[in-house]
Every structure is written in C-alpha cells, then in structure tokens.
Design a protein. Structure first.
Length: 90
C-alpha cells in the first residue's frame, strides 16, 4: 500500500499498475471489497480487472451468500466482470 500511495502521489502510474497486478493475485472473498476501495481511491485498472475476473468466477456463490456485495459494485467493476469468459450463472 505504501508503494501505491507514493506512486499515486508522484504520478507514477506504471508502478501503481504493477502493484495492482500483484494485489490482484491476492483477491479473495474476504478482501475483495477492500481491493475495490483501493481501485476507487487510486484508479488502478489492473486491480479492477482482477476483481472483475474473480467476481466472474465466483458470481453465483457470491450472489447466494452476500448479494449486497454485488449490488454495491461500481459500473466499471461490472464491466470487467462481464468481459470475462469465466462468468457463469446458474
């Protein structure tokens, strides 16, 4: 997070995106909303894509368990999720 803040403050978008790429590998049910807050605060596209991909893979389970999480998503996250070939709805 320190690198992301510094990269954001100094306008080093490539470092910010690389950090987002690394964080995107750690997305799970417990931290997804936190990761999306980071996306919103720092505008990290790679992390947004990773969150969208994760949501696509786990959409049905999340819809059943915590639908309010899905209702609060931003349009850009929905767009990333819908781009994924892994979106499955039963």
């Amino acid at each position: 997070m320190s690198f992301i803040r510094l990269a954001h403050d100094y306008g080093i978008d490539s470092l910010k995106e690389e950090c987002g790429e690394l964080l995107g590998q750690k997305v799970n049910d417990d931290n997804m909303l936190f990761m999306l807050d980071i996306v919103d605060k720092y505008n990290i596209q790679r992390l947004n894509s990773a969150c969208g991909f994760y949501l696509a893979e786990h959409f049905y389970d999340m819809l059943q368990a915590t639908p309010e999480r899905l209702y609060s998503l931003k349009v850009s996250t929905w767009a990333e999720m819908l781009k994924s070939d892994h979106l499955q709805i039963r």
